[in-house]
Write a protein that binds this ligand. Sequence first.
Ligand SMILES: [Zn+2]
Length: 261
Amino acid sequence: MGFFDLKAVCGVCGKEVGWNRFKIKRSNAWICSECLKKAGGAMSVDVSKVTIEDIKQMIPLDELEQYRDPLSTAEGMYQYCNDNKFDSGCNKKFMLRHFKIIEDNLLDDEKVYVTFVGVHNYVSATKHDGNYAYAITSKRIIIVQEDIDIIEEETLQSISLEDINNITLKLGMVLGTITVDTIKGIFNITSDKTAVKLINSRINEAINEINNDNSDNDNERLGSDTVVSVADELIKFKELLDMGVLTQEEFDAKKEQLLNL
Ligand SMILES: [Zn+2]
């Protein structure tokens, strides 16, 4: 957890920033020089006074649009399902309607990794809850079905990723089923075998990525912890200085490096 390998990302475009970066103190974030340029450049933007949101306002919409995560909109979710054949035979209208509910319920810092449609709680061809739309996000599994005559539950349900015990895949001759075992109960999603196989691996990839992101938090994001980290690092170096491991020169260099980050 060294402080020096801290990977900083631009608060606007999300790309990793190199040394040519600017601190946006009010948002406790970085901005890359490219995004700053798009917002008007260092001469016209006072980085000490603005927030990341302010800067986003300064960037022309069409330039900002290209940074938008495609899975953050219903249209993008539909496209993704269509491209991957995750549609479970549902039409565009059904998918857009259901993905719109997911889009509208996303939290500010929630990222969608996988979306798909499948038959909920399939038992047999005549015994199931019908098609549902699902999204795996950085926080939860979102489950949507808005045809109230089919179910009596709420249109949108969600289960926190932490509350999932297990996700298992079972493949039949034609169909495949993903079973999600949660602390609230078990449900399953069925669709054609090929799609289910791919959905399952996408879910696994997403969950791995989310877990990695969480464990790398200290390194990859600038949170309030960073302030503590700088102080901690300085204390460590001061101790090394006092012990004679570091020279005054080396200590000063480290100190400057830390304070200028
Ligand atoms: Zn940027």
